[in-house]
Design a protein around this ligand. Structure first.
Ligand code: ADP
Ligand code: ADP
Length: 229
């Protein structure tokens, strides 16, 4: 069983008055092993966010099959979505919440029973324990991003998906974020991230799929892929 498996995945955005029909995914086959750090690498417009949005349930696929942690997203959508946490590109945390409140609200949305919440554990794991009672607006950019990761993990999913986790982030923050992601993986979480930085995929990922114009054009262990480039 894979963490995520897509077969013949197609997404066509309908035409609008101002834009033509867009085939964003043209039959994507992808099998992401459990326990891996898997990079989805490709230029802007390749279809990476579309893929993530289909996994997250934010966008409907046109055709094809997707399984998350062995659960078909058509047949068992709730079970499938319970197996992933998604960190969006943009920071979306209420500036007037504290990190602790933000995590409690997120846990509530996932209907995690109070006794099963791991708020303190997550605050510590993401280096936010000292700031757990500060307002989100007072946190540094790096802390806000780590809070986004913590929010995605409140229901203890086996898979964490990050969409362009370090876009527009400086080198130091990027390293810091990578370290937290690596630590989560060491604890057994499967990591899927999209990036258009080859360097990021190379440093972090043990397997890389290159996606271009809606198709997977390569999918290999990082070591063999780089030998050919
Ligand atoms: P990436 O994340 O790799 O940059 P996207 O998945 O965002 O790629 O986009 C893939 C293609 O689909 C692009 O041509 C983009 O313009 C188009 N697209 C993305 N979202 C929409 C949408 N909501 N409606 C129409 N076209 C879209
Ligand atoms: P379902 O009956 O909804 O398929 P299961 O609990 O049987 O759910 O889970 C299916 C697989 O996913 C099992 O291998 C289980 O160990 C694994 N699994 C489910 N939830 C988690 C989790 N939070 N962390 C790690 N593995 C999980």
């Amino acid at each position: 069983e894979f963490a995520i498996e897509a077969k013949g995945l197609v997404k066509t955005y309908a035409a609008t008055k101002t834009t033509p029909e867009m085939r964003a995914l043209k039959g994507v086959d992808l099998a992401i092993p459990r326990g891996s750090i898997f990079g989805l690498l490709g230029p802007n417009g390749a279809g990476k966010s579309t893929f993530i949005n289909i996994l997250a349930g934010l966008c409907r696929k046109t055709s094809g099959q997707v399984k998350i942690w062995g659960r078909d997203i058509d047949e068992r959508p709730r079970d499938a979505r319970a197996a992933i946490g998604v960190v969006p590109q943009e920071i979306a945390a209420d500036p007037f919440f504290t990190p602790r409140e933000a995590l409690e609200v997120a846990a509530g949305m996932y209907a995690v029973p109070p006794k099963e919440r791991r708020t303190d554990e997550l605050l510590t794991a993401l280096g936010l324990a000292d700031k757990s009672s500060a307002y989100v607006r007072q946190l540094s950019g790096g802390m806000k991003r780590r809070l986004m990761v913590a929010k995605a993990m409140v229901h203890n999913p086996p898979v964490l998906i990050l969409d362009e986790p370090t876009a527009g982030v400086d080198v130091e923050l990027r390293r810091q974020l990578w370290n937290y992601v690596l630590e989560l993986n060491r604890r057994g979480v499967t990591i899927v991230l999209t990036t258009h930085y080859l360097e990021e995929a190379q440093e972090l990922c043990d397997q890389i799929a290159i996606i271009n114009r809606g198709l997977v054009v390569a999918c290999e262990p990082t070591t063999t892929l780089l030998r050919r480039m």
